[in-house]
Design a protein around this ligand. Sequence first.
Ligand code: PEP
Ligand code: MG
Length: 577
Amino acid sequence: MTIACAGIGVGAVTSVAIGDAFLLRRGPVCVTPSWVSTELIEAEVGRFEQAIRAAAEQLHGVRDQIPHDTPSDIAEFIDTHLLMLEDKALSGQPIHLIRNEGLSAEWALQQHRDALIQVFDQMDDAYLRTRRDDLDHVVSRILNILLLQHDAPINELRGQIVLAEDLTPADVILMKNQEIAGFVTDYGGPMSHTAILARSLGIPAVVGTRGATTCLQHGERLVLDASNGIVLADCDEAMLQYFRARRDADQSRVTELRRRRERPAITRDGQTISLLANIELADDVIGAHANGAQGIGLYRTEFLFMNRQTPPTEDEHFAAYRAVVQGMRGKPIAIRTLDLGADKQPAGSSYSGASCNPALGLRAIRLCLKEPELFVPQVRAILRTSAMGPVRIMLPMLTATWEVDQARRVIRQAMQQLDVEGVAYDPDIPVGGMIEVPAAALTARAFARRLDFMSIGTNDLVQYTLAIDRVDDELNYLYDPLHPAVLRLIAEVIRACTETGVPLSMCGEMAGDTRFVPLLIGMGLREFSMQPAALLDVREQILALDSTRLAQIVKRAFDNLDDFDPTELLRELGAAH
Ligand code: PEP
Ligand code: MG
């Protein structure tokens, strides 16, 4: 057995995956100048034409595998690429170069690509620039085939462990229905949206290995142990048996816990804790119910924007939200308004952001207030669904209280429009906000006066408090939710909400991590929202806790917060049953 590489584990319902490696090579393809001898020229033309046919087959495969709830534009996006493949403007010149100058197929295509890109680069038009990216994608696909690299026809991924330099949230959505066994990336942190999505979709992963794609071979049998953040190669039969048994035990445990999912989460001393789910796609309500969620505490709507070229229409927003409202059968749903930007950039759009610090840039509510054409259709769609069930609006990444005032103005105007159109909505729809920027946490009381509910987003709160990019795996060692500064900010928000009577929840990953739940209950938090699978373990844990005892331990730790020992505190809290 070899420990092939180590990174940060992203555990899902089960944290073990066994499967063959699928090396997903993307990114810039390196083509060096090369020529073929005269007698091989016609064979080379044939090789080029065959690569174009293979690229088209791959794309048809991807098209057939698009999950049914994926926005329709993804199919159009693939159709555009298929049309390019059929276009003689793409294939004519390389064939000419092979026949007349004896260039190899890949070198001829690369030459033609460079000439076309030069033309696109001289155009000053955003739409045409997206066509340039399309051209690049299509050419890379053909080059990958010519160079015998492995690009993924997505329907070949089933049961495999995908190895990639990096994956975007959009990639993970496309793998959703493919039953991949797991994935391993060279880059990326455990708080990236790619990792969050994997957890929520139940895909075990190891991220930030810095070398998996170079030290592991395509096709070799791997074991991925997400709880320890390692990937093993060359396992003998005894080891494979051990890991199969662990995987099966994980699954049996989940089946057992799901049987008890309707039990209310009440601590031993009678404190009721609300347990809600975070979701990304309408289908995720199935997991929310399966794991006993009492509602949706965070619906990340920006995934509607992934894998498409144009923003969703109001009706597309509405259709997605209506599916969630109907699926949740009367349970409350906090629909978070768009949190685009940073590591969630929709492809080929004018709002993809040119900032060198995208996490500090035009993201979330900032982008929405600046671009009403993005925000208003979403707000109208949420309002329309509010007539159908207990829906609330949640504003992400608030920094200044006037952002709430402005957002409320947009909401009021949308209500007035709907009145004129005679469309039903809930005029008392609660409007809440996420506290994920230190400035907002430190002024939580002022936000509490303007908001109907609040939710702490610790993924970003930790990032912004400690000045570390949450997707940069070089900084994983600094990502610490137990840093005294982070704990002080969380305590401040809890205090502000308790004193003003504004309902408070936490929807960052910290809320679904059993290491931190006793601490948060001891700090006074009573509502937790997390990826659905985590609900099972957190519920079991809460049943064994004594909130009064936890509050005493936390109070002592806070009296000496600058010098406290986090490991010792967690140990003490964990033992306080
Ligand atoms: C957070 O920041 O904690 C959060 C829940 O939002 P997201 O992870 O989508 O940024
Ligand atoms: Mg956030």
